[in-house]
Design a protein around this ligand. Structure first.
Ligand code: FES
Length: 91
């Protein structure tokens, strides 16, 4: 294996299911396939969705993966968590 291969990042794909709406009675889930690299957070995936597909996707964050401000707290798989904590898993 060459040094170039050792430093090459593996880009994978994952599917994120995102609730879009104002409350549980007014909204819908939308699914997005996004690229991710090992170690990426859910926040990384949401930012990619916003940049690549849905510029109107509202997400809140401040320190971006520094795990300091708690601005990104939300429900992830039914648990209250910060988007920087859980990592994206392959589909
Ligand atoms: S963006 Fe700061 S902890 Fe999540």
């Amino acid at each position: 294996m060459t040094i170039a291969h050792q430093h090459q990042k593996r880009v994978k794909s994952t599917r994120l299911k995102v609730w879009r709406g104002t409350n549980e009675d007014n909204g819908r889930y939308e699914e997005f396939d996004v690229a991710f690299e090992d170690g990426d957070s859910v926040l990384d995936g949401l930012v990619r969705i916003r940049q690549q597909f849905e510029p109107d996707l509202a997400i809140r964050f401040s320190c971006f993966n520094a795990n300091v401000c708690k601005e990104c707290t939300m429900l992830i798989d039914g648990e209250v968590d910060m988007r920087v904590s859980p990592s994206c898993d392959p589909v």
